[in-house]
Design a protein around this ligand. Structure first.
Ligand code: ADP
Ligand code: MG
Ligand code: MG
Length: 927
C-alpha cells in the first residue's frame, strides 16, 4: 500500500453514518444501515474529498493511494463474499454508484455488474447455471458502462437491441432468449469499439478505475451543474460526489428474485401504510426507468408472503432508526432481502404535514421535531389550487396519481420545446412516454408532467414531487408519437399545442382547461400550525388592504394586519375620479371638497377591515406613493387629447352638414333630420378637453426624475396636511364607530418614508388634533397606536429620537434594501443582479432574502436604539421579507415582535417563526 496517510476509502463497517459531506448521503446511509445490522451487500465508499482532489488535478488522475486502498477494500469484499474480482470461477461483480451530500434524483447514473468480461461471464453462467441471466447482466453492463463511463449514446445500443427484439418477434425484454441476449452483448461490444475506437476494457480493475473517474467527472457535468444551480445547492451544502462500490445482488435470477423501491409512508398523502412498487425477476433501474410497469407492494403480500413480512420489518426498522419517513431501495436475490439504499423521503406538503402530526401522535418523534422536519416554503403548495369539484368534464385517460395538484397547459412533447414555450410565458404540460434525467429543463418550464409509462416511483414522478408539480404517470392508454407531435387516446387525438388538464391527485387527464379552486386547511395543518404558534415568539400578521383580504388572512391564521395600504383603496373605479379631482385642485377649498367626498369612503373601508380583523390590530399606512401614480401618463393623455379634438371637429362638421341640408330642403322642416348634437353635448366635449388639458399640465408639473425618491410618503403629509388629516379622521372615526357598535378595534396609524423625528412630530400634531375632535363628537375614548415605517437609512440611525414619538416601528425592507444598496430593484434584477449572484459577489437577491450583514445591521441598530428610548417599543417587518423563512429567523434573532406578509405566506411564516425559536441557539441556520 502506498505511503499516503490521507484516508479516502471507507468500508461500510467503518464509515461515519452522520458524515454526509464526506461520504455522500447514499454512502453515509449504507454505512449506517450496515452498522445497525440491516442486510446491506458488502461495499465501501470513496470520499468526496477524493473527488474534489481529483477534479482539481489538471491531469485528472486519482489522488495517490486511492487505487491501492480500493484494491485492499475489494480484497476485503472477496473475503466476505467468497467470490473473486475478475475470477473465472465465482466472480465478484460490483455496482459503482455516485452520491453527494444532497440527494439529486437521476443526476448521476449507476453502473451495474462491473467486473464482467468474457472469462467472468463464463464463471457467472456456470455458477448460476443460467445462461440467459448471464448474458442479460452482460449486455446491461456493456451498455451502462459504455454510456456512463465512455460516453457512448444510448441510441447506438438501442438500435441493435430493437433489431434483435424485432427479429426474435418479442415486445418486452423478458421475452428474449439467452441466444438473443448473447447476440445483443456481442453487437454492444462492437458498438463500443466503433464509437470509442478502443475495445471494451476487459480488466475489472481497469473498469473500476474508469468508472470511479466517470462518477467524479459527472459532478462537474452539465446535468449536475444545472441541477445545483436550479436548486441553489451551494458547496456548503454538497461539494463533490462520493463513489459507492457495492457487491452486486441479483433481482433477475428467477422468480424468487425481485427489485423494488418503497416509502415507509405514502408520500402522496403521508398515510402510515406500506407504499412502493416492485418487479419480479428484474434488475437495477427497471422499476424507476418505466420500462415495465411495476406492481404495487401490496401484491407482494400474496405473491411472496414471507418476503413481504421481511419487507415490513425492514420498513419499521428504518423508520424507527431514522425517525423520519424513508425512501428505500431493495433487491431480493433467491429469497433473501437486501437493502441497497435509504434516504429521507421527499414528500409533498400535505404528506409532510400529515406524517409530522401522526408521527408525533405515535410517539415516534416529539413536537419540536414534527415542526422542524418541514421546510416552511412547501406549505405554500397546500394553498395551491385543485380542480373545481363541480366540473362535469369526463377524463380522456387515466394514469397513476404520481404527484398531487392540478394544472392546465398546452401539450408539448419534448423538453426543449417545453422550455422554449414555457420561457415565452405560456403554460405547458410536458407529455412524454417516459422521462429521463436529460429532460430536467423541460420540468422547470412546465406546469405539470404526463407520462404514458412508468409507475409512481418513475423518474417523472420522483422529480415532479420534488418540485411540487402535478404529475400523472403511466397513463398507458395514451400513445405518444413524438415525431408526429401528437398523442392518441383511442379515437381522441392531442396535437401539440392543444390545452389539456392533468390532475395528479386522481390521475385523470382531460382535454381543455378545467377551472381550479383554492384548497382548504386540513385538520392536520391546523394542528401543526397550532403547535407552531405555541412554540414561536414572533407573531405573524398579514398585509391586506380590503375586508375580504383580511378575512382570508385570518383564515390563514394571521393575528392582525401589519400593513394596510390606503392607496389601493384610492384606485377603485368609483374613487379614482374623486382622487383625481383632489390632485387637480388649485385651491385648498377645492381640495377639501374632494377630500370631503373621500372621507366617508375611507371611513367605511377602515370599518370593514377593523371588523374583519377584530380584535386584532390593524396597521394602516397613510398615503405613500407619489401623486402622479393616480394620473394617466403624459403619453396617454396626449393621445386622448388628440382623439378628443378630432371628435370635436367631427361633431362640428356634422352639425354644419345638417344645418346646410336644412337650408337646401326647407320643406322637410320638422320631420327632417334632427340636430345631431345639442349645445349641451358640445359643451361636454369642450369640458372633457379642458379637463384633460389640465391633467396634462398637472402631470407635467408633477413630473419627477426619481419619483421613488421624490415627493411621496410623509413628504406629502407635510406639504398637503389636509390629505393625511382626512385619512387620520377616517381611521379614528371608523374606530369610534366600531366601539360604538361593540366591535373591538385596534388601529395603528403608520407614517411612511420618515427620515426625522421632526416630521413625525408634525403628523403626531394632526393626530392629536383629530383625536380630540373625534372623541368629543362620538363620546368615546379611542385606543390606538401611532408609529412609523423604518424604510430610510436615516430613520434607522435616528431611531432613538424617533422612538420618542413613535410607539411602534415597522421595517419596510423593500425600500430599506433599495436605499442601503443604492440599487433600484427593477434595474438590479433585470440587469446585473443575476451575475452578482452567479459570481458570488452577493449570495442572494437582497430583495428576496433579507441582507443580514447590511440591511440587518441597520435593523439591529434601530431596534436597539429605539428600545433605549422606549423599552416597550413594538417592532415588526412588513416588507416581502416578512414571509421569507431565513429572513424570519433573522427577525427573530434581532428581537422583532412580529412579521407581516401576504396572506398565503402566513402559514409559511408561522412555521418559520416556530423554527426560529426552536433553533435560536443553532448557529448553522445562517451557514
Ligand atoms: P440512484 O441514485 O439513481 O438511485 P442507485 O445507485 O441507487 O442510483 O442505483 C440504482 C439502482 O441500481 C438501485 O435502485 C438498485 O436497484 C440497483 N443497484 C445498485 N447497486 C446494486 C447492487 N449492488 N446490487 C443490485 N442492484 C443494485
Ligand atoms: Mg439513477
Ligand atoms: Mg437509488
Amino acid at each position: 500500500m502506498a505511503s499516503n496517510d490521507k484516508k479516502y476509502v471507507y468500508a461500510f463497517e467503518e464509515g461515519d453514518g452522520k458524515d454526509k459531506k464526506l461520504l455522500g448521503g447514499k454512502g453515509a446511509n449504507l454505512c449506517e444501515m450496515t452498522q445497525i445490522g440491516l442486510n446491506v451487500p458488502p461495499g465501501f465508499v470513496i470520499s468526496t474529498e477524493a473527488c474534489l482532489t481529483y477534479l482539481d488535478d489538471p491531469k485528472r488522475q486519482l489522488p495517490p493511494g486511492v487505487m491501492e486502498h480500493v484494491r485492499a477494500n475489494v480484497q476485503a469484499l472477496e473475503q466476505k463474499t467468497g467470490k473473486a474480482f475478475g475470477g473465472a470461477d465465482n466472480p465478484l461483480l460490483v455496482s459503482v454508484r455516485s452520491g453527494s451530500a444532497m440527494s439529486m434524483p437521476g443526476m448521476m447514473d449507476t453502473i451495474l455488474n462491473l467486473g464482467l468480461n468474457a472469462d467472468t461471464l463464463k464463471g457467472l453462467i456456470e455458477r448460476t447455471g443460467n445462461e440467459r441471466f448471464g448474458y442479460d447482466a452482460y449486455r446491461r453492463f456493456i451498455q451502462l458502462f459504455g454510456k456512463v463511463a465512455l460516453g457512448v449514446a444510448d441510441e447506438h445500443f438501442d438500435e441493435h437491441f430493437e433489431a434483435v427484439k424485432q427479429r426474435a418477434g418479442v415486445k418486452a425484454d423478458i421475452g428474449l432468449s439467452a441466444d438473443d441476449l448473447k447476440e445483443v452483448s456481442e453487437s454492444f461490444l462492437q458498438v463500443v469499439q466503433e464509437q470509442t475506437g478502443h475495445p471494451f476494457p476487459a480488466d475489472p480493475y481497469a473498469q473500476l478505475e474508469i468508472a470511479i473517474k466517470a462518477v467524479f467527472n459527472s459532478w462537474s457535468g452539465k446535468r449536475a451543474v444545472d441541477y445545483r444551480r436550479e436548486f441553489h445547492i451551494t458547496p456548503e451544502m454538497a461539494n463533490g460526489t462520493a463513489v459507492n462500490v457495492v457487491t452486486m445482488v441479483f433481482g433477475n435470477m428467477g422468480n424468487d428474485c425481485a427489485t423494488g423501491v418503497g416509502f415507509t409512508r405514502d408520500p402522496g398523502t403521508g398515510e402510515n401504510v406500506m407504499f412502493g412498487e416492485y418487479l419480479v425477476n428484474a434488475q437495477g433501474e427497471d422499476v424507476v426507468a418505466g420500462i415495465r410497469t411495476p406492481k404495487p407492494v401490496l401484491a407482494m403480500k400474496a405473491e411472496m408472503p414471507e418476503l413481504y413480512s421481511q419487507l415490513v420489518e425492514l420498513r419499521n426498522k428504518l423508520e424507527s432508526h431514522y425517525q423520519e419517513v424513508q425512501d428505500f431501495e431493495y433487491t431480493i436475490e433467491n429469497g433473501v432481502l437486501y437493502c441497497l439504499q435509504t434516504r429521507n423521503g421527499k414528500m409533498n406538503a400535505a404528506a409532510m404535514v400529515r406524517s409530522s402530526v401522526e408521527m408525533a401522535h405515535e410517539g415516534l418523534i416529539g413536537r419540536e421535531q414534527a415542526l422542524l422536519r418541514i421546510q416552511p416554503e412547501i406549505l405554500e403548495q397546500l394553498l395551491h389550487p385543485r380542480l373545481d369539484p363541480q366540473h362535469k368534464v369526463s377524463s380522456i385517460a387515466q394514469g397513476l396519481p404520481a404527484s398531487p395538484g392540478a394544472a392546465s397547459g398546452k401539450a408539448v412533447f419534448d423538453a426543449d420545446r417545453a422550455e422554449l414555450i414555457g420561457r415565452a410565458g405560456q403554460k405547458v404540460i410536458l407529455v412524454r412516454e417516459e422521462t429521463k434525467p436529460e429532460d430536467i429543463h423541460g420540468f422547470f418550464a412546465s406546469q405539470g408532467i404526463l407520462t404514458s409509462r412508468g409507475g409512481k416511483t418513475s423518474h417523472a414522478a420522483v422529480v415532479a414531487r420534488g418540485m411540487g408539480k402535478p404529475c400523472v404517470a403511466g397513463a398507458e392508454g395514451i400513445a405518444v408519437n413524438v415525431k408526429a407531435r401528437m398523442a392518441a387516446i383511442g379515437e381522441c387525438v392531442i396535437n401539440e399545442g392543444d390545452t389539456i388538464t392533468i390532475d395528479g391527485t386522481s390521475g385523470n387527464v382531460y382535454l381543455g382547461e378545467i377551472p381550479t379552486v383554492d384548497s382548504e386547511f386540513s385538520d392536520n395543518l391546523k394542528t401543526l400550525l397550532g403547535w407552531a404558534d405555541e412554540a414561536a415568539r414572533l407573531k405573524v400578521m398579514a398585509n391586506a388592504d380590503t375586508p375580504d383580504a383580511a378575512e382570508k388572512a385570518r383564515g390563514f391564521g394571521a393575528v392582525g394586519i401589519g400593513l394596510c395600504r390606503t392607496e389601493r383603496m384610492f384606485n377603485a373605479v368609483e374613487r379614482l375620479p374623486v382622487v383625481v379631482d383632489m390632485i387637480l385642485a388649485d385651491t385648498l377649498e377645492e381640495r377639501r371638497g374632494a377630500l370631503d367626498r373621500l372621507l366617508p369612503m375611507q371611513r367605511s373601508d377602515f370599518k370593514g377591515i377593523f371588523k374583519a380583523m377584530s380584535p386584532f390590530p390593524v396597521t394602516v399606512r397613510l398615503l405613500d406613493p407619489p401623486m402622479h401614480e393616480f394620473l394617466p401618463t403624459e403619453h396617454q393623455l396626449m393621445d386622448e387629447l388628440e382623439h378628443l379634438r378630432k371628435l370635436q371637429v367631427n361633431m362640428q362638421g356634422m352639425s354644419e352638414l345638417v344645418a346646410s341640408m336644412r337650408l337646401l330642403r326647407p320643406e322637410s322642416g320638422q320631420t327632417g333630420m334632427p340636430a345631431p348634437f345639442d349645445v349641451f353635448n358640445a359643451e361636454l366635449a369642450a369640458e372633457a378637453i379642458a379637463k384633460k388639458e389640465k391633467m396634462l399640465a398637472k402631470v407635467r408639473n408633477l413630473f419627477e426624475v426619481n419619483p421613488m425618491l421624490g415627493h411621496r410618503g410623509v413628504r406629502l403629509g407635510i406639504t398637503f396636511p389636509e390629505i393625511y388629516r382626512m385619512q387620520i379622521q377616517g381611521i379614528l372615526e371608523a374606530a369610534a364607530e366600531c366601539s360604538r357598535d361593540g366591535i373591538e378595534a385596534h388601529p395603528e396609524i403608520m407614517v411612511p418614508q420618515v427620515i426625522s423625528p421632526a416630521e413625525l412630530a408634525i403628523i403626531k400634531g394632526l393626530v392629536d388634533d383629530v383625536q380630540t375632535q373625534v372623541e368629543k363628537h362620538y363620546g368615546v375614548e379611542l385606543q390606538f397606536k401611532f408609529g412609523t415605517m423604518m424604510e430610510t437609512v436615516r430613520a434607522t440611525l435616528r431611531a432613538e429620537r424617533i422612538a420618542g414619538i413613535a410607539e411602534f416601528f415597522s421595517f419596510g425592507t423593500n425600500d430599506l434594501s433599495q436605499a442601503t444598496f443604492s440599487f433600484s430593484r427593477e434595474d438590479a434584477e433585470n440587469k446585473f443582479l443575476p451575475q452578482y449572484i452567479e459570481r458570488g459577489i452577493l449570495r442572494d437577491n437582497p430583495f428576496e432574502a433579507l441582507d443580514h450583514n447590511g440591511v440587518g445591521k441597520l435593523m439591529a441598530i434601530a431596534v436597539g436604539d429605539g428600545r433605549q428610548a422606549r423599552p416597550e417599543l413594538k417592532v415588526g417587518i412588513c416588507g416581502e421579507h416578512g414571509g421569507h423563512p431565513r429572513s424570519i429567523h433573522f427577525c427573530h434573532r434581532v428581537g422583532l415582535n412580529y412579521v407581516s406578509c401576504s396572506g398565503p405566506r402566513v402559514p409559511v411564516a408561522r412555521l418559520a417563526a416556530a423554527q426560529a425559536k426552536l433553533r435560536e441557539e443553532d448557529p448553522s441556520v445562517f451557514d
